[in-house]
Design a protein around this ligand. Structure first.
Ligand SMILES: [Zn+2]
Length: 215
């Protein structure tokens, strides 16, 4: 049994020449976490409010398209006309260390921690058999070129903690082993303010393996 909104979408699209609505739904369905049914509901919702949400969304899309860019060097978001981005060009940052992340969204999170003041590089994903992503789909060639050109002495792998990210980290470590660069990965530890009793077994096992000497 289809939901009323879905039935309405099909009725509207089938009974009138509504290619714009179908095109809108097709575009929305390409966004992360949005399936085709959700995209159809969103498209219909927008079509119902042409003077409200639709206009605001159109203006926001135009503005983002004109003013926001991806840094051609590291992949983080920057303003039009500010390429490479400030993180790549700030002379006050440590140019000898590069922090490699999967997603550019991880960069502001690490920046907020205040624990890193070097350069960044976003891989734009991780190796994933499920999603058909291989090493050639990631920004690895660009990373190797940057290591050569910018002379990084350390590469910090700030990847996520799952089997695909582990495989990506292992592949990068193998690839970088022959180069004159130190390769490190973020420590796996206990969450701040948490007790041993509340930590899941995988985190605890990794924390034991990653223990630090105190004396
Ligand atoms: Zn940059």
């Amino acid at each position: 049994m289809r939901a009323p909104m879905e039935r309405e979408y099909e009725r509207v699209v089938k009974t009138s020449p509504n290619e714009p609505l179908a095109e809108l739904a097709a575009c929305l369905s390409r966004l992360p976490g949005v399936g085709s049914r959700s995209a159809e509901r969103m498209a219909l919702k927008l079509a119902r409010e042409p003077d409200g949400l639709l206009k605001r969304l159109a203006a926001a899309l135009k503005s983002v398209g004109e003013t926001v860019r991806c840094c051609t060097r590291c992949g983080s978001l920057t303003s039009a006309g500010q390429e490479p981005c400030r993180l790549c060009t700030d002379p006050g940052r440590d140019g000898a260390v590069v922090c490699v992340v999967e997603d550019p969204n991880d960069i502001p999170t690490i920046e907020k921690s205040g624990g890193f003041r070097g350069r960044y590089h976003a891989l734009m994903g991780r190796i994933s058999a499920m999603q058909g992503t291989g090493p050639e789909d990631l920004e690895i060639r660009k990373l190797l070129k940057r290591i050569e050109e910018e002379g990084f002495r350390e590469v910090i792998l700030a990847l996520n903690t799952n089997t695909e990210s582990d495989a990506t980290a292992a592949m990068l470590a193998r690839l970088l082993a022959a180069r004159n660069v130190r390769v490190t990965r973020l420590a796996f530890g206990l969450p701040a303010g948490s007790g041993i009793a509340y930590v899941d077994p995988v985190t605890l096992e990794r924390a034991i393996r990653g223990r630090q000497p105190l004396a």
